[in-house]
Design a protein around this ligand. Sequence first.
Ligand code: ATP
Ligand code: MG
Length: 476
Amino acid sequence: MGSKPSAQRQIIVPYPSENGQNCPGENTDYTVYTDSGNREDSSFGDPLLVTAIDFGTTYSGSVFCFKGYKNRILAGTQGFYQDDERIPTVILLNPDQTFNSFGYEAQDTYSKLKEEKAQYFYFEHFKMALYKNMESSSNTTTLMDIRGRRVKAKDIFVMLIKNLLHLAMDIVKGLQTRDIAWIVTIPASWSESSRKLVQDSVLSVGIEDKNLHFVLEPHAAAVYCMNVDTSSTSSPMSRPPKELHSELADTAEETGITVGDKCIILDIGGGSTDIWVYEVEGQNELKEMHKATEEIGGNSVNSEFIELMKGLVGEPVWSDFQEDYTGSYYTLMRDFDRKKRSFSNDVDSVTMSLENELLHVLKETTGDTLSDVITMIGADDKIKFKSHLNKVTLDKETMEELFEKSVDAIVQLIEKTLRVCQKWSVHTMFMVGGFSESPYLREIIRSKFSEIRVVFPDDAKLVVLRGAVILGYQSQ
Ligand SMILES: Nc1ncnc2c1ncn2[C@@H]1O[C@H](COP(=O)(O)OP(=O)(O)OP(=O)(O)O)[C@@H](O)[C@H]1O
Ligand SMILES: [Mg+2]
């Protein structure tokens, strides 16, 4: 192979601000630069397959897309949870800190551990810690497990990335490495240190540098939104699992977005909400005008539900239930998450099954039944418990209260951004990310911001990955 000047690889990353404080809520400039390092082989340039990975606070995903079938994206799924195109961002380590399991499997394995549970290391929601990471080296950054023990962050990321890539392996088998473009998405407001940590982790799992591209999450999302046919995106459509269709627009008229337009991308995930204002400069070329991040997202509703439950049964009972009956705890929380997803203004109340084990711990510890405690705290009108069915019903007002903190923060973030945008004319806002799929949140945003066109692309939680695939085919 000759050492001719290489095909240049675009890495789209933010520069850290001058003081290095590239934290959520701050606006920092970013630029697009080109890695012009010498390449041994410039043959990469027409990938047969693009693989994109996106790791979120709550869920991560990897998707694959073959050349010639760019409207058909395949998502990696795990085990029995074949319907979920995204997998919980959870890593479980053995007592000797070797890898045990990932995603749903980690949740299930951890749930089944008995007394030995405390010796295992369970990591979840660890992406949030990296927003404020200022460590100078990816070898010194650490992450805390749920019991507060620290482990080298790079080790955890290497495991996460390996597992996300593993989901692609069957598809990738038989293809030459040079035929695959690997795209990894990273948050726009991450510090330089955190980006470096992820880059080092990806390279150390054996992906060749020249096939690897990093893109900003909002950039990927915006690119997808620019290409999607917005005439068919205002209502969610059910999709077959695993194979994800994208109705990509053939013309600029279909997207309704043309050069010079300024748009907003609002990415509402589990742990954070990112807002990005950009100007369209050309085909998939975007200029960032403004960005901000709030550390709040859909998980806040779940946290508020946990606070509600603690208020009912008491902190010690809840902690014992979570520690001693972890499997039941997950069942309850997944059930709540499902109810959360379908909650809308039309829903009068939400009924869900309560796990026997919770009621058992309550009775053992306090001698009370749930009906007793509901009456004791005077919540009979808002929360009903049918003991013969083990079902609890939360009225609409209570559900709205669980959403309140996140909804208020998101509304304020949009209001603040629209004030900044007053000097430009911004007429479209795309809502992406898992929590954007909430019918309740959508209704509120629609009614509060009627002056702006709000577009909800299908499968909002996959928009970043889909945009990353588009960039993968374009990045040669
Ligand atoms: N249909 C839905 N209705 C309401 N909430 C939803 C829906 N689908 C997913 N969510 C919520 O969205 C959140 C996850 O969204 P997403 O997968 O975009 O986040 P993430 O990428 O893991 O997090 P982040 O982007 O903050 O790092 C969870 O809180 C989940 O409960
Ligand atoms: Mg995300």
